[in-house]
Write a protein that binds this ligand. Structure first.
Ligand code: PEP
Ligand code: MN
Length: 429
């Protein structure tokens, strides 16, 4: 399901042959390390922060956009480490989040019908026949941009950008004028004091404060692309998808007998599955058994995305069923995708309060069921966009017109993202 119809199969084969020969974007060691972190989070030692664009765009493969997204994720993770008193596993929705599922194969405007836009890995969003034709060269362009993104993120992190001694490196412009600035600054100062205090006690710099680990993730949607990156690794068993550390199965492709489940069943990577309100307990349990037959810790993450008005009705039954079946999973809440609404002018948006309400209920429901919410999955950007309403500046429907840039789903802007991290800490107990 959800695969583009390439007009030229020979060109597709050529692009895939080339892709199979290119170096991978991540290594099996990193993939195995992430599985270990997720296994610990599953045991209550760690909290996952997964976030980034709904759809990356080729045009946004730019240093400022990448840096700002990294900054907001680092700032949020600092807030979570401090507030939850927990390790945070940082996973970006980036370096490959270029393919999108669509509800229809075609889009009609007036009397013109064209293929739907399926993300920059497939075609271009402009509504004309040339832009919308699926082009296999884009698979190679997507790989190249993913490699540039990963390379730049690795360089920044290895170079000391994420050093806890210098959280000022991560400051976005808003720090001076945001209603949240004082709270954030107080936390950064407290953390800086603690780091210096510990190092004074230890009599030397504590290495762990100068680096963080960062992992990549994307929806494993375009199976041609994923397969071309699926490799055997010397001295290791099995197959690894080396285009990303953490592929996930989207809600529209989670059929038990579908190709996406069959593909993910066969790789060693930790895998996520989006779980929507239409999924029954039997379906979810069957997915757990299919993807993780040996109940390996860290292997499977269930990312529920119910909506603030549905989570209370749907989630408890799923938690009970998964537990009763003896399946070990990490539970993560995506409070974005069940809370999308349209404004009267037709823009897709998400109210901040609904997003927060879903996370708050998720913590309470897991606790009530003797389970644990082990992370959040968010759509956000480090840019000053106006796509979601509400938040500290109380953006209204009218404000959305000012800086609405997403070609797909509405993202939290940097200020809303940081505010959400601060509020998550409050609703977590
Ligand atoms: C997404 O994560 O952008 C997405 C399409 O989510 P879902 O599969 O949960 O609808
Ligand atoms: Mn989305």
């Amino acid at each position: 399901m959800q695969q583009p119809a390439y007009p030229d199969p020979v060109a597709l084969d050529e692009a895939l042959a080339r892709l199979r020969q290119l170096p991978p974007l991540v290594t099996s060691w990193e993939v195995d390390a992430l599985r270990g972190h997720l296994a610990r989070a599953q045991n209550g030692e760690g909290f996952v922060l997964q976030g980034g664009d709904c759809a990356e765009s080729f045009a946004d493969c730019r240093p400022d956009v990448i840096t700002n997204r990294l900054k907001v994720l680092l700032q949020m993770s600092l807030v979570l480490v401090h507030g939850l008193k927990s390790r945070v596993v940082r996973i970006g929705r980036f370096a490959g989040q270029y393919a999108k599922p669509r509800s229809a194969d075609t889009e009609t405007r007036g009397d013109v019908t064209l293929p739907s836009y399926r993300g920059d890995l497939v075609n271009a969003p402009e509504f004309d026949a040339a832009a919308r034709a699926p082009d296999p060269q884009r698979l190679l362009e997507g790989h190249a941009r993913s490699a540039m993104t990963v390379n730049f993120v690795r360089g920044l992190i290895d170079g000391g950008f994420a050093d806890l001694h210098h959280p000022e490196y991560w400051d976005l412009d808003w720090v001076q004028h945001s209603p949240l600035a004082a709270d954030y600054q107080r936390m950064v100062d407290t953390l800086g004091d603690s780091v210096r205090f510990m190092e004074t006690l230890a009599g030397q710099p504590i290495g762990d404060f100068s680096r963080v680990e960062f992992f990549t993730s994307h929806e494993a949607l375009l199976l041609h692309y994923e397969q071309a990156h699926t490799r055997q690794v010397p001295r290791k068993d099995g197959w690894y998808n080396l285009s990303t550390h953490f592929p996930w199965i989207g809600m529209r492709t989670a059929d038990l007998d579908g190709a996406h489940v069959e593909y993910c069943r066969g790789i060693r990577n930790p895998v996520g599955i989006k779980v929507g309100p239409a999924m029954t307990a039997d379906w979810v349990v069957a997915l757990c058994r299919a993807i993780n037959p040996h109940n390996e810790p860290g292997r499977l993450t269930l990312i529920h995305r119910m909506g603030a008005d549905k989570i209370a009705g749907h989630l408890p039954g799923l938690i009970e069923a998964v537990r009763a079946a003896g399946c070990r999973v990490l539970w993560v809440c995506d409070p974005m995708h069940g809370n999308t609404i349209s404004t009267p002018s037709g823009l897709k948006t998400r109210p901040f309060d609904r997003i927060l309400a879903e996370v708050e209920q998720a913590f309470a429901i897991h606790k009530g069921c003797g389970s644990r919410l082990g992370g959040v999955h968010l759509e956000l950007t480090g840019e000053d966009v106006t796509e979601c309403t509400g938040g500290a500046r109380n953006l209204s429907d009218i404000d959305l017109a000012r800086a609405y840039r997403s070609t797909v789903d509405p993202r939290l802007n940097y200020e809303q993202a940081l505010e959400l991290a601060m509020k998550i800490v409050r609703v977590a107990d």
